[in-house]
Write a protein that binds this ligand. Structure first.
Ligand code: AMP
Length: 437
């Protein structure tokens, strides 16, 4: 039986790669402008890392962790279990603590472009392996509301640079850990008496993690939530002042947003600012990316090994590459793939093939992208067809006459113009033509 890629994963084929590389390169350029450095963490981590950071009651941990079952990677001595990473923040914080990065660096600005894994029921825009572009700013110097504004501005700058338009940015503030507790308590009391007729799942969420009800997909639950006047009453004075400063700075930076009191994000570790960017054209899975502040997670994951003389703050976001590509597709903005092959070298006779390879080799050493037909003496016509298919800008012919006279024929595939040049001048002549083309 033919084996296909596992459900919920996708191969990125050569004809799709230009769009991916465009997004990756644009991201790297922008991250550099904002002074971010790349970090690469393992694809799998101890399961406990995600349970402790994201929260045991969250959907990602409860239902979607893809655990690594192989005996070989299970560390029997420590009885550790491993899971493929469902998100990038917890691993980055784990690395931040492990290498004590904060001791030397006041503010670490880190980014990643990496695959993530979640055991979801696959559907459009919802995969089991997907890719995220993420940024995390962590450190004693990460406690200022201006950083929240910069982070959101960076997220929006990225989306605009990819060419996505018409997206919506929603922001909210959960306040400090204390404010968040008050918020949860208020929500519980506001919902008390209203949850009796909701589904068992919603009742369970009411008990375990009441915030989950705010982005419930259940219509009855949504109706109940719509009826609540949530507002920002849970915020303390300092929480309010913090949020005000974030909003003012966003205004100053020209970032357009909507304050959405229902936005809380599903993961336990968020405090203060949370945000989400959506694109309506994507239907049910409309989130392009999301993020927020997670003060406290650094100490929480540190296991008490180190003492932090000053509080370590942190904020970050992650954008989903597949969703961005879907949005670009919906907007009719496809990346045009342009061939990067400068020259295709053709052998007039099978016995010239070794000279053709030597010629191709010479061109590559001079920085000219070149290839040849390895078809053991296929007719010249077939070799031309192959050059055409590959989109080669120039075809070079080593035929009988050329071999005798020490020359090469150059054909410009765009104009059809042909010229014979001496082998000694080939690189120079070709470079001149490539620049002009
Ligand atoms: P989250 O951490 O769930 O907020 O994810 C951040 C972003 O990653 C989302 O806004 C999506 O763009 C993307 N994303 C999350 N889960 C998936 C998935 N299963 N398939 C594709 N993209 C996803």
């Amino acid at each position: 039986m033919k084996i296909s890629a596992p459900r919920g994963t996708s191969d990125i084929l050569p004809e799709q790669i230009a769009a991916w590389q465009n997004i990756e390169q644009t991201s790297r350029t922008l991250f550099k402008l904002y002074n971010y450095s790349e970090i690469r963490t393992p694809v799998f981590e101890e399961t406990g890392l995600f349970k402790r950071s994201l929260g045991e009651t969250t959907e990602v941990v409860n239902k979607q962790l893809l655990e690594v079952k192989s005996q070989r990677v299970t560390n029997a001595a420590e009885d550790a279990q491993f899971a493929l990473r469902p998100e990038g923040t917890a691993p980055v914080v784990r690395a931040y603590n492990q290498y004590d990065i904060g001791r030397e660096v006041f503010l670490s600005k880190l980014f990643y472009i990496a695959p993530m894994f979640r055991g979801e029921r696959p559907q459009k825009g919802r995969l089991r392996q997907f890719h995220q572009i993420g940024a995390e700013a962590i450190g004693r110097g990460a406690n200022h509301p201006l950083l929240d504004a910069e982070m959101i501005a960076l997220c929006i700058h990225l989306l605009k640079s990819f060419g996505v338009s018409d997206f919506k940015l929603r922001i909210n503030s959960l306040g400090s850990a204390e404010d968040k507790k008050n918020f949860a308590a208020w929500l519980r009391s506001a919902l008390d008496g209203k949850i009796a007729h909701l589904s068992d799942e919603c009742k369970g969420q009411y008990e375990r993690n009441v915030f989950r009800l705010l982005d419930s997909k259940d219509q009855a639950c949504r109706d109940v939530i719509q009826g609540l006047d949530i507002g920002t009453r849970h915020l303390s004075d300092s929480g309010c002042a913090y949020f005000e400063q974030v909003k003012q700075s966003l205004d100053q930076l020209g970032v357009v947003y909507e304050v959405s009191p229902q936005l809380v994000r599903g993961l336990d570790y968020y405090t203060h600012t949370v945000f989400e960017v959506s694109y309506a054209g994507l239907g049910a899975q409309d989130a392009l990316g999301a993020g927020g502040r997670y003060n406290g997670l650094i100490e929480q994951l540190d296991g008490g090994d180190r003492r932090f003389p000053e509080p370590v703050g942190a904020i970050g976001f992650a954008l989903g590459i597949e969703r961005i590509l879907l949005a670009l597709e919906a907007q009719g903005k496809q990346v045009v793939v342009k061939s990067s092959l400068d020259a295709f070298v053709i052998a007039g006779k099978p016995e010239f093939a070794a000279d053709v390879l030597a010629c191709v080799d010479l061109l590559r050493r001079q920085g000219i992208a070149a290839d040849m037909d390895f078809g053991a003496g296929r007719p010249v016509k077939k070799q031309f067809e192959q050059a055409n298919k590959l989109g080669a800008a120039f075809v070079l012919v080593l035929g009988e006459e050329e071999m005798k006279s020490g020359e090469v024929t150059i054909k410009d595939m765009a104009t059809g113009a042909q010229a014979r040049v001496s082998k000694d001048r080939l690189v120079e002549e070709l470079k001149l033509r490539i620049v002009r083309a």
